[in-house]
Design a binder for this molecule. Structure first.
Ligand code: NDP
Ligand code: HSE
Length: 436
């Protein structure tokens, strides 16, 4: 039975994502109404620049007063696609206070202060859905939260930032420069308003915090996530990865400790073998592996950024939230009952690729190997290549060491000791090796 009175939607933000949400709401109005059981009405659109021409949107709906819009009292669902912490946080909590449910794509806010939003939603008996906040169009959060609710997730590993994957892919496949690739990603609508959030790993870290929280039923904040961006990745690292049969990806990795008593969450560039499925994730695509006790390994893959793909996830949430409203129910709220502590990076165990500039003379290799042994870091492979020094004379070599699995703290101690050796001229790069 179709209800004739429409459900009113307030759209906060009409940029890359918001404009596509509005477009799909209009072009698919009949299908959406049939799926929900009531038509949707776009009741207002809050923006910063009211004079900007917005195709397909009735200018009478445009407002710069987002607060007044969410306070109207007749709004059923607020779709927040402004981004950032404020005013988004206040607008969302105000929306709950005034009777609306909320759909948001705002990973920065959810990772920074999800607790405030979840508490406000619960207090007012409203929904907060945010599928679009992680991995764009890929249905990932709802499968994790609902389909895997009966299983025990132990690990989530993946590529969750489209912009950085696009940049690394361009640098690797076409030899494009970093800035050129970033400009292209920005023009395609993948990058955040401030692309520093992408390239410094903040965006992926926010997504890692959200994923870890849902996967392990605990609270993980942005500050709990170890974060390294891709600005330090050089073309030499990419070439070195190639020589090892690997490629470089910016990975988000969330793990439950072997004893089950803590979790870790980290984002950093890593080498992965070309044979690994993540190695073939190109352009702005995302892919996420979930390892669960009973289900085994699951892989989620698809467009991770961009207006239309992200709007698809927003619209999916909008339909779910509207159905809940018609049924006078709410979906699952936050589940953080395990209260597991988040361990530091020092406790993470993984493999490392270390590139050293050393003096090319007898005994150097033995000296270097001794430092690794003293820190209990086992060497897997060593590759040495002699080269000319700055004066065109011999006497220097590049030494690439790949280790077996070791704690991050042990690796840091090893590198610190290596730097003190007279024969080590410099540590050219350190990169983790994952996916084996
Ligand atoms: P844009 O910068 O393209 O759009 C932001 C919109 O918000 C604009 O319409 C802007 O108005 C409006 N706005 C900004 N500040 C205010 C304010 N104070 N009051 C009212 N309106 C305001 O961002 P995106 O669409 O790219 O991203 C939106 C959200 O979606 C972010 O949280 C982002 O992280 C998330 N997201 C984005 C993805 C993507 O691929 N782009 C993918 C997944 C999530 P105006 O148009 O006048 O400037
Ligand atoms: N800037 C983000 C990215 C948008 O590049 O992945 C999608 O969350």
């Amino acid at each position: 039975m179709m209800r004739t009175r429409p459900l009113k939607v307030a759209l906060l933000g009409c940029g890359v994502v918001g404009s596509e949400v509005a477009r799909i709401m209009t072009t698919h109005a009949d299908d959406l109404a049939a799926r929900i059981g009531a038509p949707l009405e776009l009741a207002g659109v809050a923006v910063r620049r009211p004079s900007k021409v917005r195709e397909g949107i009735d200018p009478a709906l445009i407002t710069t007063d987002a607060t007044a819009l969410v306070k109207r009292g007749d709004i059923d669902v607020v779709v927040e696609v402004i981004g950032g912490i404020e005013p988004a946080r206040t607008l969302i909590t105000t929306a709950f206070e005034h009777g609306a449910s909320v759909v948001s794509a705002n990973k920065a806010l959810l990772a920074e202060d999800g607790a405030t939003l979840f508490a406000a939603a619960e207090k007012h008996g409203k929904d907060l859905y945010y599928e679009a906040a992680v991995a764009g169009a890929i249905p990932l959060l709802r499968p994790l939260r609902e389909s895997l609710a009966g299983d025990k997730v132990n690990r989530v590993l993946g590529i969750v930032n489209g912009t950085t994957n696009f940049i690394l892919d361009r640098m690797d496949s076409s030899g494009a420069g970093y800035s050129e690739a970033l400009d292209e990603a920005t023009a395609l609508g993948y990058a955040e308003a401030d692309p520093t959030a992408d390239v410094e790993g903040f965006d992926a870290a926010a997504k890692a915090a959200i994923l870890a929280g849902i996967a392990f039923h605990t609270r993980v904040r942005l500050d709990d996530v170890h974060r390294e961006g891709l600005t330090e990745v050089t073309s030499a690292d990419i070439a070195s990865a190639r020589r090892m049969g690997c490629t470089v990806k910016l990975l988000a990795i969330c793990e439950r400790a072997a004893d089950g008593k803590s979790v870790t969450a980290r984002v950093h560039p890593a080498m992965i073998p070309l044979s690994h499925p993540l190695a073939s994730v190109r352009e702005a695509y995302n892919a996420v592996f979930v390892e669960a006790e009973a289900a085994g390994q699951l892989m989620f893959y698809g467009p991770g950024a961009g207006g239309a793909p992200t709007a698809s996830a927003v619209l999916g949430d909008l339909v779910a939230v509207c159905r809940n409203r018609l049924g006078e129910s709410t979906g699952p709220g936050e589940s953080a009952y395990t209260r597991l502590p988040v361990s530091s990076m020092a406790e993470v165990v993984t493999r490392y690729h270390i590139s050293l500039d050393v003096a090319d003379k007898p005994g150097v290799l033995a000296q270097v190997a001794t430092v690794f042994a003293e820190h209990d870091v086992s060497i897997d492979t060593v590759r040495q290549q002699g080269r000319l020094d700055s004066e065109g004379l011999g006497g220097e070599a590049s030494l690439v060491v790949v280790t077996h699995r070791a704690p991050d703290a042990a690796l840091s101690g090893t590198v610190e000791a290596l730097r003190k050796l007279d024969t080590v001229r410099g540590v050219a790069s350190i990169m983790r090796v994952e996916g084996e």
